[in-house]
Design a protein around this ligand. Structure first.
Ligand code: SAM
Length: 398
């Protein structure tokens, strides 16, 4: 179910805590596989067949599926169980973090002071938390990414790390870093000539998907930026614990403090769907500014709605309605190509890809699928037994 986290900040959980985590992971697996499957069957045999479809006057989109399906008992059971399981993810993990807060903060401090891997941390207490981060506990995570509990606190980072582990029920790689491995290797296949010298990860949280870039490109200088200090402290301490050099900075992606034309790659993962439209545009314009000519923008994200069938639109947008993800659907309703061209990238340089999880796929299969061009299906971006990640981006012209 969960994968053991093996670095030195891993929580030392009691047997009871581990049993509770296994239960919650199992519950999520049941909801997302079994109940979701039953809901789909119910939809196909009732709503989609027109039996109870008020919207059958015209083609149905995701919002139409949502309107029609929300009256069904199976949808209510699925949604209720999924909301409860989401809250339980944080509850079980916070209990362990509370018990070990002092040990965790002390271990973090020691790792940060030692900095044996050569990484750095640059915090800016004057940086304001954007309203869109501050106003909601995103995906129901109490305290969100940024809330501090005094001193040099790392708790939000620890909650996110083990919380994601329980949430992902073993589907996101050993150190929850499969997205980073998949994207860095996708980049390597498509653009690695010459190998990148400087890489920036925007909205890096605790660096799950920042560090694989250093592992794939050991000679590169790798930077992560985020607005949330406790996550950045944890990111730095975690990187040092794992012996991987990376540099973390408290900066907003809307106003990046790196010089023009200083980066070979600007990467983000699962970041844009948590931003309102204006912030997405500001970030992409900043990405364009800091990239060198020939530099690559690569965003791993949820797939756009206009590339998915109506049911998959509904299924992924569920989070927007019920999981404190206010910008999720709005992001998916936008056109990624248009977003990059508005930011100054050439339309001709736009690319997108759908790829299998790198750490679970044979190298030759990964290469074949990543090079085949985007194929959108019901497993694209959806946490299930088989996941295909989606990424889009562009190359900055001279
Ligand atoms: C879903 S998490 C990203 C996950 C992370 N990229 C990963 O792959 O594990 C969103 C992150 O974006 C950060 N964030 C939100 N607005 C930001 C901004 N304007 N600049 C930088 N980071 C921001 C949040 O603090 C949070 O850590």
């Amino acid at each position: 179910m969960t994968q053991p986290i093996s670095h030195a900040l891993a929580l030392d959980r009691s047997r009871d805590a581990r049993a509770r985590e296994r239960f919650v992971s199992g519950l999520r697996g049941y909801v997302l596989n079994d109940l979701a499957g039953a809901m789909r069957e119910d939809f196909d045999s009732s709503v989609a067949a027109g039996v109870e479809n008020e919207a059958n006057a015209g083609p149905m989109d995701g919002a139409g599926v949502h309107r029609a399906i929300r009256k069904r008992a199976i949808f209510k059971a699925y949604s209720s169980a999924r909301c409860t399981a989401q809250q339980m993810v944080w509850d079980v993990v916070m209990d362990s973090v509370e018990r070990q807060r002092e040990r965790l903060n002390a271990a973090g401090k020691e790792l940060m002071n030692g900095a044996s891997a050569g990484g750095t941390l640059e915090l800016d207490p004057s940086l304001g938390i954007p309203r869109y981060v501050e106003a909601v506990d995103v995906h129901l995570m109490p305290g969100c990414y940024y809330r501090e509990h005094g001193g040099e606190d790392l708790a939000a980072g620890a909650i996110y790390d083990q919380g994601l582990n329980v949430f992902a029920f073993g589907a996101m790689g050993k150190e929850l870093n499969d997205i980073g491995w998949s994207m860095a290797n996708f980049y390597k296949l498509r653009f690695n000539n010459p190998a990148p010298g400087r890489i920036l990860d925007a909205g890096c949280t605790i660096g799950h998907n920042t560090l694989p870039w250093k592992q794939v490109f050991p000679d590169a200088e790798v930077h992560g930026i985020d607005v949330a200090a406790p996550c950045l402290r944890y990111a730095h301490a975690r990187a040092e614990a794992m012996g991987i050099e990376a540099h973390f900075h408290q900066q907003s992606a809307e106003s990046i403090r790196f010089p023009d034309r200083s980066m070979d790659v600007v990467f983000s993962s699962m970041f844009l769907h948590e931003l309102p439209r204006k912030a997405i545009r500001n970030y992409l314009a900043e990405a364009h500014r800091v990239l060198k000519p020939g530099g690559v923008l690569l965003n791993m994200e949820l797939p756009p709605n206009d590339r998915m069938a109506a049911y998959e639109q509904f299924y992924l947008d569920w989070d927007s309605y019920y999981n404190n993800e206010p910008f999720y659907k709005d992001f998916r309703d936008q056109n990624p190509k248009q977003l990059t061209t508005e930011a100054g990238f050439s339309a001709d340089a736009y690319f997108e890809g759908v790829m299998p999880r790198y750490t679970y796929t044979a190298e030759e299969d990964f290469i074949a699928m990543a090079q085949a061009g985007p194929k959108f299906g019901e497993d694209t971006g959806r946490l299930s037994d088989i996941i295909f990640w989606y990424g889009f981006g562009s190359v900055k012209q001279g």
